[in-house]
Design a protein around this ligand. Structure first.
Ligand SMILES: [Zn+2]
Length: 89
């Protein structure tokens, strides 16, 4: 009866796969809801939203501020990452 073991394995499959997909999503959620505001002196007030990213400057949507390249800079005034402050801190 080769069919029985296969059916049992299929029933277990979702229990194995679902945690694989859910875990990484949860870990990233808090960082993706952060808003980072540029503190450059001449800046009109650029805000970085991780869910939107900055696709024109090498940061696809969904890129956490912490994961931006070290040489990323404010597209409005050119200030570097250290000049940004996290909103709500
Ligand atoms: Zn700026």
């Amino acid at each position: 009866m080769p069919a029985l073991p296969r059916r049992g394995a299929l029933r277990l499959l979702p229990a194995i796969l679902i945690p694989l997909f859910v875990r990484p999503g949860r870990a990233e959620d808090s960082r993706l809801s952060e808003i980072w505001r540029c503190g450059g002196g001449d800046c009109p007030g650029y805000e970085y939203h991780p869910r939107d990213g900055d696709p024109e400057h090498g940061a696809p949507a969904g890129t956490a501020f912490q994961d931006l390249p070290a040489d990323w800079f404010c597209p409005r005034c050119g200030a570097g990452k250290p000049d940004f402050r996290r909103m709500g801190d």
